[in-house]
Design a protein around this ligand. Structure first.
Ligand code: ING
Length: 312
C-alpha cells in the first residue's frame, strides 16, 4: 500500500499593510477550496501569511509593531481558516508572527504550525535562522529587520508523525542552511514544509540579487536530494508595498526533481501526488546515514559558529 498524499502549495500574492486578517483569510479559504477541488489533503501556506512582510520597515512604536503579531492561534479573525480546513478535511502548514508570554516573559517569534485535518495543531516551529539586521541599514529602499523583531527559535527542528508519515517544517531563510534539513532527516523526515517571503533585492547588489530565484530553487533541490525527503515550499510573492518578492512556490521530490512549480506571483495553487516511500531507495543506498556518515569527523559543524582560518 503506497503512502501517496496529494500535497498543495498555496502561494499568496502581496498582502498590503492595510489588508485586514479577515480579508487575507478569505483569500486563504479560496485557496483551500481550490486545493480540495484538486484532491489535495494538505496545504502549505507562506511565512507570515496573515500580514504584510513588516520587517521591511523600521517600526519604533511597540504597539504598532505588536499589531502584526498573533497572541493566540487561532484567533477570532483567523478561526474561519481553521474551520474551513476542518470542514474540507484538509491539514495545513501556515506561518505567522507569534507573540508569546512564557513564564512571565514576552517573546516574539517568526513561527509556523502544522494543523491536521481534524483542526488540531500537531506541531509548532519557531524560525531559527533570522536573516538581515537588527539595526536599519542606511540607503536601503527596504530594510530586512527580522533580527530586530524576532528572537531565534527555541524549539529546535522537530518532526511529527502525521499524514501517514514523518513531517517536519522550517521557515524561509532556514532553507538555505544544510543543517536545517539534516537535523530533520536524522529524525526520519519524509516531507519538509516551508513558507517564505523572499525579496529580490536582499543585498542591493544586482549580480547577487539577479540570482535570487536560482538560489531559492538550488537550496530546495539540494535539501530534498541530500536528505531524501519531499520539500513543499510556498511563497508570499509579488510586489508588496513596493518590494518585489519571488514566487516559484514548488514541490520537490526526494530525487531533487521539481514536480510542480508556480508560474505567477499571485495567489496560485500548485499540487502534486507525493509518494512518501520514494525516499526509501535513497535512504537504503546513497543516503543510508547509519552506514555512510562519519559524525566523529564533523565536530566543527557544531562547535564553531563563524569561520576561523588557519594561521598564516
Ligand atoms: N527572507 C529571505 C530568504 O532567506 C533573503 C532573505 C532574500 C536571503 C534573498 C537571501 C536572498 O529567503 C526571509 N524572510 O528569510
Amino acid at each position: 500500500m503506497s503512502r501517496t498524499i496529494n500535497i498543495a502549495c498555496a502561494q499568496m500574492g502581496p498582502i498590503a499593510k492595510a489588508d485586514t486578517r479577515t480579508q487575507v483569510v478569505k483569500r486563504q479559504i479560496a485557496l483551500l477550496r481550490e486545493a480540495k477541488a484538486r484532491g489535495a489533503e494538505f496545504v502549505v501556506f507562506p511565512e507570515l501569511a496573515f500580514t504584510t512582510f513588516f520587517p521591511r520597515w523600521l517600526i519604533d512604536d511597540q504597539q504598532e509593531l505588536d499589531a502584526y503579531f498573533e497572541t493566540e492561534m487561532p484567533s477570532l479573525e483567523t478561526l474561519p481558516l481553521f474551520e474551513e480546513a476542518k470542514k474540507l478535511g484538509i491539514g495545513f502548514y501556515i506561518g505567522y508572527a507569534e507573540l508569546a508570554v512564557e513564564h512571565g516573559v514576552t517573546h516574539h517569534f517568526n513561527t509556523a504550525i502544522i494543523v491536521d485535518a481534524s483542526g488540531s495543531v500537531v506541531g509548532k516551529y519557531r524560525k531559527i535562522h533570522l536573516p538581515g539586521h537588527a539595526e536599519p541599514v542606511p540607503g536601503r529602499t527596504a530594510q530586512h529587520l527580522e533580527k530586530r523583531y524576532f528572537e531565534p527559535g527555541d524549539l529546535g527542528f522537530p518532526v511529527w508523525r502525521t499524514l501517514d508519515g514523518i513531517v517536519g517544517m522550517c521557515i524561509c531563510n532556514d532553507r538555505r542552511w544544510p543543517e536545517t534539513y539534516r537535523v530533520m532527516a536524522l529524525q526520519g523526515a519524509e516531507l519538509i514544509c516551508i513558507g517564505y517571503n523572499t525579496p529580490d533585492n536582499h543585498t542591493g547588489v544586482f549580480d547577487f540579487d539577479q540570482l535570487t530565484g536560482f538560489h531559492h530553487q538550488l537550496s530546495l533541490q539540494a535539501g530534498a536530494y541530500q536528505n531524501a525527503t519531499w520539500v513543499a515550499a510556498a511563497a508570499k510573492a509579488g510586489c508588496e508595498e513596493g518590494t518585489n518578492m519571488i514566487g516559484l512556490s514548488m514541490i520537490v521530490a526526494p530525487s531533487g526533481q521539481i514536480i510542480a512549480m508556480a508560474s505567477t506571483t499571485g495567489d496560485e495553487l500548485v499540487n502534486a501526488k507525493c509518494d512518501l516511500d520514494m525516499g526509501t531507495l535513497y535512504k537504503r543506498t546513497i543516503f543510508d546515514f547509519a552506514r555512510h556518515r562519519e559524525p566523529s569527523q564533523y565536530g566543527l559543524i557544531v562547535e564553531r559558529k563563524g569561520v576561523i582560518e588557519p594561521a598564516r
